[in-house]
Write a protein that binds this ligand. Structure first.
Ligand code: ZN
Length: 233
């Protein structure tokens, strides 16, 4: 029981807040409270209020006009929630037969209720996976994240084999569209032709040819052929 006490002192709202800062920190040097408010769907004043509260608890550093940044303690909480979320997504797909566009909302609700023990058991059951169904890295139990160096399909060299490793846009509509095109994590992909002036790309996806727009190609991140994406191997 004692190993779970550290987490039980935080509310869902705090966990969601720290997780949102963590995710935004992957893309922005500074996380402005306005971006944070938008991502959390709360008002700017309540974002600032929460940031001040969490700064007092030493979970983040809040500098007016510069935004927020997680402290080591804040990052530890965020990584644990991210780990739960991504393990749950993979568990729902692999064990319960969910499709990859259905799992995010379920995992959003369940991530707060998972104990360290349950997370550990799910990880063992799945064979300690490193990536979730969307290719997002799953932090290990020590909070270590193994992310790959990936290239958007829109910049991938022509006639070079790669594998779909991660999706940037994970809205259910986009995920369903990508699945229709065969562009799921682990599938083989090659760019055959690219039209100029940001025109469409013709791809070979596994055994068939597909045409996608450049905005879709921007969302699909590719790794070199032979990259180990464990659970899909
Ligand atoms: Zn995911």
């Amino acid at each position: 029981m004692s190993q779970n006490l550290s987490r039980e002192t935080f509310s869902e709202a705090i966990e969601d807040f720290l997780k949102a800062v963590y995710l935004l920190q992957q893309e922005h040097d500074r996380v402005q409270t306005s971006i944070l408010a938008e991502s959390l769907g709360i008002t700017a004043p309540s974002t600032t209020e929460m940031a001040k509260k969490l700064a007092k608890a030493n979970l983040l550093v809040h500098e007016p006009y510069r935004g927020v940044r997680l402290t080591e303690a804040g990052e530890r909480v965020a990584l644990e929630i991210v780990r739960h979320h991504r393990l749950l997504e993979l568990f729902l797909v692999q064990a319960l037969g969910y499709s990859w566009d259905e799992v995010h909302e379920e995992a959003e609700r369940l991530e707060h209720a998972v104990s360290d023990l349950l997370a550990q058991r799910i990880a063992e059951y799945l064979g300690h996976p490193r990536y979730d169904p969307h290719g997002d890295p799953i932090p290990d139990s020590e909070g270590i994240v193994h992310s790959l160096d990936l290239t958007p399909l829109s910049e991938w060299p022509k006639n070079q084999k790669g594998i779909v490793a991660r999706l940037r846009d994970q809205s259910p509509d986009m995920l369903r569209y990508l699945a229709e095109k065969g562009l799921t994590v682990g599938s083989n992909v090659e760019v055959l032709t690219t039209d100029p002036f940001e025109g469409p790309l013709t791809l070979r996806v596994d055994q068939h040819d597909e045409v996608i727009g450049v905005n879709v190609a921007l969302c699909v991140l590719v790794a070199p052929e032979g990259t180990d994406l464990d659970q899909y191997g």
